[in-house]
Design a protein around this ligand. Structure first.
Ligand SMILES: *Cc1c(COP(=O)(O)O)cnc(C)c1O
Length: 480
């Protein structure tokens, strides 16, 4: 009997036109950003225009599917910062690889449910291979890695905290934090990521459980200060259980001395988590691997494919070499899931229903290989080196020290926040590039340019430097 078809599927011709149209829109977007020197990096729409556009969309009658698609694509073009613009030198938000976008469409279309192996045996096994490959790049044995794809570094750091807690306090899963003989304490650098403290709050430990350890002049955690903090806490009867090392701080790309921190963690019987959400890129580029010395000693690692591997937003991973810990944290028994669910992904992570996130890495990998990813990252490192050199030539002072492609700088004579903000604003206004102006834990600020986009090229760096010089002249002229 012929099928009736579904309202939500439209008819065959309409669908064919929609698939074609979305491809045209994506290609036009990419081409505009590559070829139009004035293509907007930041939202062109005012908040009034955005409200008006949404009023029209929500208030209007149902429209033809193609019209709806065009309207939404237009709204996106004008209503967002474009992290895929070749002169977006912003936070860790790369342009997605073309095949990663295709992967997302494929995953949506087939819509595998990765909660259980039974529902998605091939995707679950494929993700396990990818996680193992990541673990190997961090120096773990080929069969040592356990873990999960997840929404991002925030979730991965929360998972690390949960694992460290249960590893240190096995009774906790049943009896909760109140059963502990003292206050649990964890340690992270002053330049570490805010999601670590968030995880402590969510776990019911409170932000007070987080000891913020001073960073040195290169913004790396001081191992001596860590040792002292742990000794102080022990003397007070508190229970140190977790050290979080940051490999690639968000503000300046600093890499904590992981090997030294690993020795402290081992001596103190603390879990060592390495937050390598972005800095983990060094593990993929052989000549940078030395910068992560000691990372193989980590109990767990945060590694974000949506920062390092040009995957679309929402592609993080949590990796651990502690077999069985994830199941101890997450496994549940319920009548509506397989009886022996221990090897199912829902027993190993925060998410229950799960998208095939790994395909966003797997599909590009099949085409370009690990060497392709390494080459793309190498180019970003080389562009940052070029930027450092150009900035120094022109009297800017680079204030961070990292092998990673992130450059923090100030003017030799002017480093106050208002000046830096004005320079960043003017640089963006002239389409020279999008920069951030972070505040470091020591209170100082700097302009920050991160090369995190596989589409950025030398001409983009040159244009950024020209725009910065013009913006500086303008800001100083205005001040005089
Ligand atoms: C980005 C980042 C996070 C948070 O990761 P999300 O993927 O944004 O959730 C955590 N730690 C570090 C070091 C980061 O750079």
């Amino acid at each position: 009997m012929p099928r009736q078809g579904s309202l939500l599927d439209h008819d065959r011709e309409t669908r064919a036109a929609l698939w074609r149209r979305v491809a045209e829109l994506l290609e036009a977007h990419l081409a505009r950003q590559s070829d139009d020197p004035e293509a907007a990096i930041a939202p062109a729409s005012s908040s009034e225009a955005i409200a008006a556009s949404l009023d029209a969309l929500f208030g209007g009658a149902p429209r033809a599917p193609g019209e709806a698609l065009d309207e939404v694509a237009r709204a996106l073009e004008h209503g967002i910062v474009h992290p895929d613009h070749p002169r977006y030198f912003g936070l860790f938000n790369p342009a997605p690889a073309a095949l990663a976008v295709v992967a997302d469409a494929l995953a949506s279309g087939f819509n595998p449910q990765l909660a259980t192996r039974g529902h998605a045996p091939w995707p679950v096994a494929a993700e396990e291979r990818l996680l193992a490959a990541f673990g190997e790049r961090f120096g773990w044995a080929p069969d040592a890695t356990r873990g999960a794809f997840c929404s991002g570094g925030g979730e991965a750091n929360m998972t690390a905290l949960a694992c460290a807690l249960v590893a240190a306090f096995p009774e906790l899963g049943e009896r909760g934090v109140r059963s502990l003989a003292g206050d649990p304490r964890l340690y992270v650098s002053a330049e570490g990521h805010a999601t670590v403290a968030r995880a402590a709050r969510l776990a019911g430990l409170g932000a007070g459980a987080v000891r913020t350890i001073a960073a040195d002049a290169r913004q790396r955690m001081k191992p001596a200060a860590l040792r002292e903090a742990i000794a102080r806490d022990r003397a007070e009867g508190a229970l140190p259980f977790l050290v979080v090392a940051t490999a690639g701080t968000t503000s300046s790309g600093a890499i904590d001395p992981i090997a030294e921190l690993a020795s402290v963690a081992e001596r103190e019987r603390c879990w060592l988590h390495v937050d390598a959400a972005w800095g983990g890129l060094a593990a993929l580029v052989p000549e940078l691997r030395g910068a992560l010395d000691g990372v193989a000693r980590a109990d767990s690692i945060t590694f974000d494919a949506h920062k390092v591997l040009s995957a679309p937003m929402g592609t993080g991973t949590f990796l651990t070499r502690r077999e069985g810990i994830l199941e101890r944290v997450f496994a549940d028994r319920t009548g509506y899931m397989p009886r022996d669910g221990a090897s199912d992904p829902y027993s190993r992570s925060m998410q229950w229903s799960r998208r095939f996130l790994g395909l966003r890495v797997l599909l590009p990998l099949l085409a370009v290989g690990w060497e392709g990813y390494a080459e793309s990252l190498r180019r970003q490192v080389a562009l940052a080196d070029r930027l450092r050199a150009r900035l120094r030539e022109r009297g800017w002072v680079v204030v961070n020290d990292t092998p990673l492609p992130i450059v923090c700088f100030v003017d030799a004579a002017h480093a106050d926040g208002r000046f830096l903000d004005a320079v960043a604003r003017a640089t963006l206004a002239s389409a020279g590039g999008w920069l951030s102006v972070p505040r470091f834990a020591n209170g100082t600020r700097a302009l920050r340019a991160c090369v995190n986009n596989h589409r950025s090229e030398a001409q983009d760096v040159e244009r950024l430097v020209e725009a910065l010089d013009a913006a500086r002249a303008n800001a100083l002229g205005g001040a005089a």
